[in-house]
Write a protein that binds this ligand. Structure first.
Ligand SMILES: [Cu+2]
Length: 310
């Protein structure tokens, strides 16, 4: 496969591409073989067994057990191979490595905004280091969008009021297209960008240059005191009115109705904007509902801050 892709697939730029592309070509070649075999059989049989005169009556044909078994068993095996292969790829697509570098993505009509852990921001162009897993935590401030990098074989809906994520590991330096693939209004087709993959050194230099905003986790720390979260939540393990935020991210929490959840980005956001949705067992339903008006910057910041309390 060349750098510029093939007739069927765009260039391949991430560690996810080879596995998915092989699966595509596997199903493609099976389809080609079956298509040719069926077409040839139809033509040959149509000629060979055509009705030759008015008194031509076909003989009675009985089933051929071997043939029938074969055309049940062989396709079943092929379908199971495709399923297993596809499911493994699906799991890989949805299991970012634990050490992935995280970048926040905010989609809005009609652009992509990126916020890096140190507060550096960019619009349109997403700069990432080569050969390092990157996880994008994405949300939208208005309508549905969808983040698509064809060369990386990743595509994920970006939805208001919740977080979705994708991860990839770019394998070569260069520029790759980002498209929005969810119709999102008049300028939808112009909602474009590039992933710019750089060497680790270039990326670090870029990251340190012209940082104007506070790091999300730092802003979160500020909100934590300004918004009085600290009155009810400690970050050192102490039990106050509410549970401690220490070790919350990734922790399994049990609720008063007996259900459980592992605290991820969506759980934390829901706990803040809709605190009555799930009440932590052993605690009163005492969290104020005033935080439902937080905007996505504030929520991203609090989520980043809480993630750091490990
Ligand atoms: Cu869009």
């Amino acid at each position: 496969m060349g750098d510029k892709g093939t007739f069927w697939l765009p260039e391949s730029g991430s560690t996810l591409s080879p596995g998915l592309d092989s699966l595509f070509y596997f199903t493609y070649w099976i389809s080609v073989v079956i298509f040719v075999a069926v077409t040839v059989a139809v033509i040959v049989f149509a000629i060979k067994y055509r009705r030759r005169n008015d008194s031509d009556i076909p003989p009675i044909v009985h089933e051929n057990k071997l043939l029938e078994t074969a055309w049940i068993v062989v396709p079943t095996i092929l379908v199971l191979i495709v399923f297993t292969w596809g499911f493994r790829s699906f799991l890989k697509l949805h299991s970012p490595p634990a050490n992935a570098y995280e970048i926040q993505v905010t989609a809005k009509q009609w652009l992509w905004d990126y916020t890096y852990p140190n507060g550096k921001t960019s619009t349109g162009d997403l700069v990432v280091p080569v050969d390092r897993p990157v996880r994008l935590v994405m949300t939208s401030t208005d309508v549905l969008h969808s983040f698509f990098v064809p060369a990386f074989r990743v595509k994920q809906d970006v939805v208001p009021n919740r977080y979705s994520s994708v991860w990839f590991e770019a394998t070569g330096q260069g520029e790759y297209h980002i498209l929005c693939t969810e119709y999102c209004g008049t300028q939808h087709s112009g909602m474009l960008g590039s992933v710019i993959v750089q060497s680790a050194e270039d990326f670090d230099a870029w990251l340190q240059s012209g940082v104007e905003d506070m790091a999300p986790a730092e802003y979160g720390a500020l909100l934590y005191t300004q918004q009085n979260c600290n009155v009810c939540h400690s970050v050192d393990g102490t039990r106050l009115v509410g549970p401690t935020l220490l070790g919350l991210f990734g922790r399994q929490t049990t609720f008063t109705d007996g259900t459980t959840a592992v605290a991820d980005e969506n759980y934390i956001m829901e706990s803040i904007v809709n605190p009555m949705a799930k009440i932590v067992e052993g605690y009163p339903p005492g969290m104020p509902t005033i935080y439902s008006s937080f905007d996505s910057d504030q929520l991203n910041a609090l989520v980043a801050f809480i993630k750091e309390q490990q």
